[in-house]
Ligand binder design. Structure first.
Ligand code: ATP
Ligand code: MG
Length: 246
Protein backbone atom coordinates (compact mmCIF):
# COMPACT_ATOMS: atom_id res chain seq x y z
CA UNK A 1 0.00 0.00 0.00
CA UNK A 2 1.03 3.63 0.19
CA UNK A 3 1.72 3.96 -3.55
CA UNK A 4 -0.32 7.13 -3.49
CA UNK A 5 1.69 8.88 -0.82
CA UNK A 6 3.33 12.20 -1.29
CA UNK A 7 6.62 11.96 0.59
CA UNK A 8 6.53 12.22 4.38
CA UNK A 9 8.50 15.49 4.43
CA UNK A 10 6.35 17.07 1.74
CA UNK A 11 3.18 16.06 3.59
CA UNK A 12 4.49 17.49 6.87
CA UNK A 13 5.38 20.72 5.16
CA UNK A 14 1.92 20.98 3.60
CA UNK A 15 0.34 20.29 7.00
CA UNK A 16 2.25 23.13 8.66
CA UNK A 17 1.14 25.58 5.98
CA UNK A 18 -2.48 24.41 6.27
CA UNK A 19 -2.36 24.56 10.09
CA UNK A 20 -0.71 27.93 10.55
CA UNK A 21 -0.97 29.88 7.29
CA UNK A 22 -3.11 32.95 6.67
CA UNK A 23 -6.32 31.96 4.87
CA UNK A 24 -7.63 34.13 2.04
CA UNK A 25 -10.94 33.42 0.29
CA UNK A 26 -10.55 33.03 -3.47
CA UNK A 27 -13.86 31.59 -4.62
CA UNK A 28 -16.81 29.41 -3.84
CA UNK A 29 -17.64 26.01 -5.34
CA UNK A 30 -21.10 26.29 -6.87
CA UNK A 31 -21.79 22.57 -6.57
CA UNK A 32 -22.49 20.71 -3.34
CA UNK A 33 -24.94 20.91 -0.46
CA UNK A 34 -22.68 22.81 1.95
CA UNK A 35 -20.74 26.05 1.57
CA UNK A 36 -17.31 25.12 0.21
CA UNK A 37 -14.64 27.70 -0.57
CA UNK A 38 -11.45 27.75 -2.58
CA UNK A 39 -8.82 29.48 -0.44
CA UNK A 40 -5.16 30.38 -0.60
CA UNK A 41 -3.16 29.60 2.51
CA UNK A 42 0.07 31.59 2.99
CA UNK A 43 2.87 30.90 5.43
CA UNK A 44 6.20 32.69 5.32
CA UNK A 45 6.00 33.43 1.64
CA UNK A 46 4.75 29.99 0.76
CA UNK A 47 1.29 29.59 -0.62
CA UNK A 48 -1.01 26.63 -1.22
CA UNK A 49 -4.49 26.31 -2.67
CA UNK A 50 -6.95 24.59 -0.36
CA UNK A 51 -10.62 23.89 0.17
CA UNK A 52 -12.24 25.41 3.24
CA UNK A 53 -15.50 24.03 4.63
CA UNK A 54 -16.74 26.11 7.57
CA UNK A 55 -19.11 24.42 10.03
CA UNK A 56 -21.31 27.53 9.73
CA UNK A 57 -21.91 26.66 6.08
CA UNK A 58 -23.03 23.08 6.75
CA UNK A 59 -26.57 22.21 5.75
CA UNK A 60 -28.26 20.54 8.76
CA UNK A 61 -28.90 16.81 8.39
CA UNK A 62 -31.39 14.67 10.28
CA UNK A 63 -28.95 11.92 11.12
CA UNK A 64 -25.63 13.68 11.82
CA UNK A 65 -25.21 16.15 14.71
CA UNK A 66 -24.97 19.71 13.37
CA UNK A 67 -21.62 21.43 13.08
CA UNK A 68 -19.66 18.17 12.93
CA UNK A 69 -19.05 17.60 9.20
CA UNK A 70 -15.75 19.51 9.04
CA UNK A 71 -14.41 17.41 11.91
CA UNK A 72 -15.33 14.24 10.03
CA UNK A 73 -13.31 15.49 7.04
CA UNK A 74 -10.26 15.69 9.29
CA UNK A 75 -10.93 12.32 10.92
CA UNK A 76 -11.05 10.70 7.45
CA UNK A 77 -7.60 12.12 6.70
CA UNK A 78 -6.24 10.77 10.01
CA UNK A 79 -7.56 7.29 9.23
CA UNK A 80 -6.17 7.33 5.70
CA UNK A 81 -2.77 8.29 7.16
CA UNK A 82 -2.97 5.77 10.00
CA UNK A 83 -3.59 3.05 7.41
CA UNK A 84 -0.68 4.41 5.37
CA UNK A 85 -2.82 4.45 2.23
CA UNK A 86 -2.42 8.14 1.30
CA UNK A 87 -5.92 8.39 -0.14
CA UNK A 88 -7.15 11.62 1.44
CA UNK A 89 -5.33 14.92 0.80
CA UNK A 90 -3.82 16.58 3.90
CA UNK A 91 -6.71 18.03 5.94
CA UNK A 92 -6.67 20.07 9.14
CA UNK A 93 -9.20 21.76 11.40
CA UNK A 94 -8.85 25.55 11.68
CA UNK A 95 -10.61 27.53 14.40
CA UNK A 96 -9.90 30.87 12.81
CA UNK A 97 -10.93 30.57 9.18
CA UNK A 98 -12.69 33.50 7.43
CA UNK A 99 -16.03 32.07 8.62
CA UNK A 100 -14.71 30.49 11.80
CA UNK A 101 -14.19 26.80 12.55
CA UNK A 102 -13.81 24.61 9.50
CA UNK A 103 -11.78 22.01 7.67
CA UNK A 104 -8.99 23.05 5.33
CA UNK A 105 -7.93 20.45 2.80
CA UNK A 106 -5.20 20.63 0.20
CA UNK A 107 -6.75 21.41 -3.19
CA UNK A 108 -6.45 18.52 -5.64
CA UNK A 109 -6.13 19.56 -9.26
CA UNK A 110 -8.18 17.16 -11.36
CA UNK A 111 -9.85 17.23 -14.76
CA UNK A 112 -13.67 17.28 -14.75
CA UNK A 113 -13.71 13.80 -16.32
CA UNK A 114 -10.88 12.47 -14.12
CA UNK A 115 -13.15 10.49 -11.82
CA UNK A 116 -13.92 6.90 -10.92
CA UNK A 117 -16.44 6.25 -13.72
CA UNK A 118 -13.72 7.01 -16.28
CA UNK A 119 -10.86 5.15 -14.61
CA UNK A 120 -8.66 2.60 -16.36
CA UNK A 121 -8.64 -0.98 -15.07
CA UNK A 122 -5.39 -0.31 -13.19
CA UNK A 123 -6.89 2.72 -11.47
CA UNK A 124 -10.01 0.74 -10.61
CA UNK A 125 -7.80 -1.88 -9.00
CA UNK A 126 -6.43 0.80 -6.61
CA UNK A 127 -10.04 1.44 -5.64
CA UNK A 128 -10.13 -1.93 -3.87
CA UNK A 129 -8.48 -0.11 -0.97
CA UNK A 130 -11.06 2.67 -1.30
CA UNK A 131 -13.85 0.11 -0.82
CA UNK A 132 -12.19 -1.08 2.40
CA UNK A 133 -11.52 2.48 3.53
CA UNK A 134 -15.13 3.54 2.98
CA UNK A 135 -16.42 0.57 4.94
CA UNK A 136 -14.10 1.34 7.84
CA UNK A 137 -15.03 5.05 7.93
CA UNK A 138 -18.70 4.19 7.19
CA UNK A 139 -18.96 6.59 4.29
CA UNK A 140 -22.60 7.53 3.74
CA UNK A 141 -21.93 9.34 0.45
CA UNK A 142 -19.18 7.93 -1.78
CA UNK A 143 -20.01 9.41 -5.16
CA UNK A 144 -18.00 8.48 -8.28
CA UNK A 145 -17.04 12.14 -8.71
CA UNK A 146 -15.31 12.17 -5.33
CA UNK A 147 -12.77 9.50 -6.27
CA UNK A 148 -10.50 11.50 -8.53
CA UNK A 149 -7.27 11.19 -10.49
CA UNK A 150 -5.14 14.19 -9.62
CA UNK A 151 -3.26 15.80 -12.48
CA UNK A 152 -0.13 14.28 -10.88
CA UNK A 153 -1.65 10.84 -11.48
CA UNK A 154 -2.65 9.93 -7.91
CA UNK A 155 -6.02 8.55 -6.90
CA UNK A 156 -7.39 10.88 -4.24
CA UNK A 157 -10.60 10.92 -2.23
CA UNK A 158 -12.54 14.03 -1.31
CA UNK A 159 -15.73 14.83 0.62
CA UNK A 160 -15.86 12.94 3.90
CA UNK A 161 -18.37 15.10 5.76
CA UNK A 162 -20.90 12.33 6.26
CA UNK A 163 -18.74 9.51 7.59
CA UNK A 164 -18.17 7.82 10.96
CA UNK A 165 -21.79 7.52 12.09
CA UNK A 166 -22.07 4.81 14.74
CA UNK A 167 -24.94 3.20 12.81
CA UNK A 168 -24.17 1.42 9.55
CA UNK A 169 -24.77 3.87 6.71
CA UNK A 170 -22.44 2.80 3.90
CA UNK A 171 -23.63 4.33 0.63
CA UNK A 172 -21.19 4.01 -2.25
CA UNK A 173 -20.87 3.53 -6.00
CA UNK A 174 -17.90 1.23 -5.39
CA UNK A 175 -19.36 -2.25 -5.46
CA UNK A 176 -16.95 -3.72 -8.07
CA UNK A 177 -15.20 -5.78 -5.40
CA UNK A 178 -18.23 -6.69 -3.28
CA UNK A 179 -17.64 -9.89 -1.35
CA UNK A 180 -14.05 -10.28 -2.62
CA UNK A 181 -11.24 -11.30 -0.33
CA UNK A 182 -9.16 -8.62 1.38
CA UNK A 183 -5.45 -8.84 0.64
CA UNK A 184 -3.06 -9.75 3.46
CA UNK A 185 -1.54 -6.28 3.34
CA UNK A 186 -4.92 -4.64 3.74
CA UNK A 187 -5.81 -6.95 6.63
CA UNK A 188 -2.57 -6.14 8.36
CA UNK A 189 -2.97 -2.36 7.88
CA UNK A 190 -6.56 -2.46 9.15
CA UNK A 191 -5.58 -4.61 12.14
CA UNK A 192 -2.84 -2.12 13.01
CA UNK A 193 -5.38 0.68 12.74
CA UNK A 194 -7.76 -1.04 15.17
CA UNK A 195 -4.89 -1.73 17.58
CA UNK A 196 -3.81 1.85 17.43
CA UNK A 197 -7.34 3.13 18.12
CA UNK A 198 -7.80 0.70 21.01
CA UNK A 199 -4.45 1.51 22.61
CA UNK A 200 -5.67 4.96 23.69
CA UNK A 201 -2.55 6.61 22.29
CA UNK A 202 -2.02 9.59 19.99
CA UNK A 203 -4.49 8.57 17.28
CA UNK A 204 -7.32 7.95 19.77
CA UNK A 205 -6.56 11.26 21.39
CA UNK A 206 -6.77 13.12 18.09
CA UNK A 207 -9.96 11.29 17.10
CA UNK A 208 -11.61 12.07 20.42
CA UNK A 209 -11.48 15.78 19.52
CA UNK A 210 -13.33 15.07 16.29
CA UNK A 211 -15.77 12.20 16.92
CA UNK A 212 -17.93 10.93 19.78
CA UNK A 213 -16.86 7.94 21.87
CA UNK A 214 -19.67 5.86 20.34
CA UNK A 215 -18.39 6.77 16.87
CA UNK A 216 -14.78 5.88 17.71
CA UNK A 217 -15.83 2.56 19.23
CA UNK A 218 -17.96 1.76 16.18
CA UNK A 219 -15.01 2.67 13.93
CA UNK A 220 -12.73 0.24 15.72
CA UNK A 221 -15.43 -2.46 15.65
CA UNK A 222 -15.91 -2.06 11.89
CA UNK A 223 -12.14 -2.34 11.37
CA UNK A 224 -11.93 -5.49 13.48
CA UNK A 225 -15.09 -6.94 11.92
CA UNK A 226 -13.84 -6.34 8.38
CA UNK A 227 -10.61 -8.22 9.05
CA UNK A 228 -12.51 -11.02 10.82
CA UNK A 229 -14.82 -11.44 7.80
CA UNK A 230 -11.80 -11.26 5.46
CA UNK A 231 -14.03 -9.92 2.66
CA UNK A 232 -15.21 -6.58 1.34
CA UNK A 233 -18.87 -5.82 2.10
CA UNK A 234 -21.75 -6.58 -0.26
CA UNK A 235 -24.69 -4.28 -0.96
CA UNK A 236 -27.77 -5.11 1.02
CA UNK A 237 -30.37 -3.51 3.18
CA UNK A 238 -27.84 -1.38 5.04
CA UNK A 239 -25.24 -1.01 2.29
CA UNK A 240 -26.45 1.05 -0.60
CA UNK A 241 -25.94 3.67 -3.29
CA UNK A 242 -25.59 7.45 -2.90
CA UNK A 243 -27.69 9.94 -4.86
CA UNK A 244 -26.66 11.48 -7.13
CA UNK A 245 -24.01 8.90 -8.00
CA UNK A 246 -21.66 11.49 -9.57
N1 ATP B 1 -9.69 18.78 -1.85
C1 ATP B 1 -10.37 19.21 -2.91
N2 ATP B 1 -9.71 19.52 -4.06
C2 ATP B 1 -10.36 20.00 -5.15
N3 ATP B 1 -11.67 20.21 -5.19
C3 ATP B 1 -12.39 19.91 -4.09
C4 ATP B 1 -11.79 19.39 -2.89
N4 ATP B 1 -12.77 19.21 -1.97
C5 ATP B 1 -13.92 19.60 -2.56
N5 ATP B 1 -13.70 20.03 -3.83
C6 ATP B 1 -14.67 20.56 -4.80
O1 ATP B 1 -15.73 21.17 -4.11
C7 ATP B 1 -16.95 20.55 -4.47
C8 ATP B 1 -17.87 20.53 -3.27
O2 ATP B 1 -17.21 19.82 -2.22
P1 ATP B 1 -17.87 18.54 -1.54
O3 ATP B 1 -18.38 17.63 -2.59
O4 ATP B 1 -16.87 18.02 -0.61
O5 ATP B 1 -19.05 19.25 -0.76
P2 ATP B 1 -20.50 18.73 -0.37
O6 ATP B 1 -21.20 19.92 0.15
O7 ATP B 1 -20.40 17.56 0.50
O8 ATP B 1 -21.09 18.31 -1.79
P3 ATP B 1 -22.14 17.16 -2.20
O9 ATP B 1 -23.47 17.65 -1.82
O10 ATP B 1 -21.91 17.08 -3.69
O11 ATP B 1 -21.74 15.91 -1.49
C9 ATP B 1 -16.55 19.17 -4.99
O12 ATP B 1 -17.49 18.64 -5.88
C10 ATP B 1 -15.24 19.47 -5.67
O13 ATP B 1 -15.46 20.00 -6.96
MG1 MG C 1 -20.85 15.60 0.26
Amino acid sequence: MGTNNITFTAANHVLSVLRSGRIQLKGIFQVGSNYTFLVEVNLQGESLEAVYKPTKGEKPLWDFPSGTLAKREVAAYLISEALGWGLVPPTVLRKNGPYGLGSVQLFVDFAPDGHYFNFTNTEREICRSVAAFDYVINNADRKGGHIVRSNRGHIQLIDHGVCFHYEEKLRTVLWDFAGEKLSENMCSDITDLATSINSFGKLRNKLSKLLSTAEINALSERATGLVASGCLPQPGLDYNYPWPML
